[in-house]
Ligand binder design. Structure first.
Ligand code: ADP
Ligand code: MG
Length: 257
């Protein structure tokens, strides 16, 4: 049975999409069957795996709002073992249209239940808000992976996210746990990066991944080539660290089981 991991943080630009795409691709490279779900109307994960948004006929929107069969919207990618449910800007409408829909928070959960047993991991890339799309992702998920950018105010806003996680645990999904906290975009040359790392570790302790994602130009270039970094530049530091993270995620999963 697949494990569903939501990559969430309501702050934009902290590395959610980069993590969802590259962790997904690296888990696939380690032989895991992976489904990426693009939960953000901006569709950056979709284009990040090389899918032209203009060519997408059906996306997460059709599944969540219109009850389309999930299998019909799954697309293969250039990475073996990695598939995606794409998103287009149409998904922006879901945030509003779902408000008046019955069981509006569990729509994605139900949609993924029908395909869950075909994957080892289902990774959901969340939008930068705590709206209905993120609530759907947290309700569907077994765990939440929280990327935290190594910047000033790194911890700001996290209490709001953790509060949302607690509310979801209480009312919508008792099983939801914290998969891990991932430090991203570390610039090891600065004291700031190291201070933030220490601060986040003090707060989240053993929940922080040992793998820390440094700033790496290859990671920021790869999306414009429509490829995860392991395809764009397999020898880069960016590829190596996301491979490490994938190993850590698999290892943690086995340890808990
Ligand atoms: P989010 O999905 O949280 O908004 P993104 O993953 O899109 O964040 O990252 C924001 C920007 O930072 C993107 O342009 C991305 O390419 C870049 N980026 C993300 N992680 C790194 C990294 N480790 N090194 C360099 N650039 C990065
Ligand atoms: Mg994003």
């Amino acid at each position: 049975m697949g494990k569903i991991v939501a990559v969430a943080n309501q702050k934009g630009g902290v590395g959610k999409t980069t993590t969802a795409v590259n962790l997904g691709a690296c888990l696939a490279h380690h032989g895991q069957k992976v489904l990426l779900v693009d939960g953000d109307p901006q569709g950056n994960a979709t284009s990040g795996v090389g899918i032209e948004k203009a060519d997408v006929d059906a996306c997460v929107y059709n599944v969540v709002v219109e009850d389309m069969d999930t299998k019909q919207v799954i697309c293969p990618t250039a990475v073996e073992n990695l598939s995606i449910i794409p998103a287009t800007i149409q998904l922006a409408g879901a945030e509003i249209e779902l408000v008046s829909t019955i069981s509006r928070e569990v729509r994605l959960k139900r949609a993924l239940e029908t395909v869950k047993d075909q994957y080892d991991y289902i990774i959901i890339d969340c939008p930068p808000s705590l709206g209905l799309l993120t609530l759907n992702a947290l309700t569907a998920a077994d765990s939440v992976l929280i990327p935290v950018q190594c910047e000033y105010y790194a911890l700001e806003g996290l209490s709001q996210l953790l509060n949302t996680v607690r509310l979801v645990q209480k009312h919508l999904n008792h099983h939801l746990r914290i998969e891990g906290v991932l430090l991203t975009m570390l610039d090891a040359r600065t004291n700031l990066g190291l201070q933030v790392t220490a601060e986040v570790k003090k707060y989240f302790q053993e929940r922080v991944y040992q793998t820390i994602i440094p700033r790496n130009v290859r990671l920021s270039e790869a999306p414009s080539h429509g490829a995860p970094v392991i395809l764009y530049d397999a020898k880069s530091r960016g590829a190596a660290v996301y491979m490490e993270l994938a190993k850590e995620v698999i290892y943690n999963g086995e340890r808990i089981r």
